[in-house]
Design a binder for this molecule. Structure first.
Ligand code: NA7
Length: 298
């Protein structure tokens, strides 16, 4: 009999990951602040919906959190009827959001007083990869705790890396994201440069996608950059700014010199000030188009 697991945070990524855990045969309890999303996952998977994080905590051997920010994590654990009210000693808590190493280490300090174990296991990969259970997971924490949850991580991921001690998974995720934001910025810039010189956007993208820089990111962001209709926001500029601020803090803590990150942060902050915060990160290209047009008029 597989151990019963819990999953909290059923947003765009979390709902797909929880469904894959259920598909792999793990008895599953789920919780989401907005109940309707949990009911939808339950309809699809047969998972049991907890009425509070506390109810979920009392029923599981391991639990997974996938939320938008450290504040959300704090609410799930420590608000009234939060996880901390009924976590059993020995429960393994797996933190999969992008919250940075400081939040993870702070959380571990509190959970250790309850006799619970924490590992950080953020993910890299698109919504499509989450659906196909082909994410990459980077883990910080003890090898023993990882061994216990590895079959569960294998249910959502293609690759699971043990990076090192607690917090290193969270840091590694930020290192990957600083490259993602660099790629996003470079792609937007190359595209807008070509367009300003009179080359069609589609032609420019076709060339980039078949050139030496054709990383998987360039392929799966094609529709977003070519602005096809009805493409959902994959990753908002507000979320990108949150991640870049986490990268800045974590980089400063270890004296890493990150000039590309600083520039990407500035461009994204300018795009948000221009009213684009809720748009997809590919909207950086629209921001560059607008500034380029203004320069042309000057
Ligand atoms: P989404 O789709 O924006 O989902 C965010 C989830 O976080 C969603 O379940 C939210 O619940 C939950 N959330 C946000 N704030 C809170 C608070 N205060 N309390 C409880 N739950 C909360 O994000 P993704 O699934 O795409 O991504 C999640 C992580 O992966 C994130 O760290 C990214 O950086 C990468 P709601 O449904 O709004 O009630």
């Amino acid at each position: 009999m597989k151990p019963t697991v819990g999953f909290l945070g059923l947003g765009a990524m979390g709902s797909l990951m929880a469904a894959n855990l259920a598909r792999a045969g793990f008895p599953l309890w789920i919780y989401n602040r907005t109940r309707g999303k949990a009911d939808a996952v339950a309809m699809e998977t047969g998972a049991r919906v907890a009425s509070s994080p506390a109810e979920l905590a009392g029923n599981v051997r391991a639990l997974f959190t996938m939320v938008s920010a450290a504040r959300a994590l704090d609410d799930l654990y420590f608000a009234t009827h939060g996880l901390a009210e009924s976590l059993k000693p020995g429960t393994i808590c797996v933190e999969m959001s992008t919250v940075g190493p400081r939040a993870v280490i702070e959380l571990e300090r509190k959970l250790s007083t309850l006799g619970c174990h924490l590992i950080d296991a953020p993910v890299s990969g698109s919504i499509a990869l989450a659906r196909q259970a082909r994410l990459t997971v980077m883990v910080g924490g003890s090898a023993e705790d990882l061994a216990f949850v590895r079959p569960m991580l294998n249910a959502v991921a293609e690759s699971v890396f043990h990076v090192g001690a607690l917090g290193t998974g969270a840091t590694m995720k930020l290192a990957v994201n600083t490259i993602i934001f660099g790629l996003n910025q470079a792609l937007a810039e190359g595209l807008v440069f070509a367009e300003c010189a009179g080359i069609s956007r589609k032609t420019a993208y076709d060339v980039i996608e078949n050139s030496a820089v054709a990383a998987p990111f360039v392929h799966y962001r094609r529709d977003a950059f070519l602005e096809k209709q009805n493409i959902p926001v994959g990753f908002s500029l507000h979320l990108a700014q949150k991640d870049l601020q986490l990268i800045e803090t974590a980089g400063r803590a270890c004296s890493a010199f990150l000039p590309q990150m600083a520039l990407n942060c500035k461009v994204i902050t300018d795009a948000i000030a221009d009213g684009r915060g809720a748009e997809d990160v590919s909207a950086v290209a629209n921001h560059l188009r607008k500034v380029s047009l203004e320069k042309k008029r000057d």
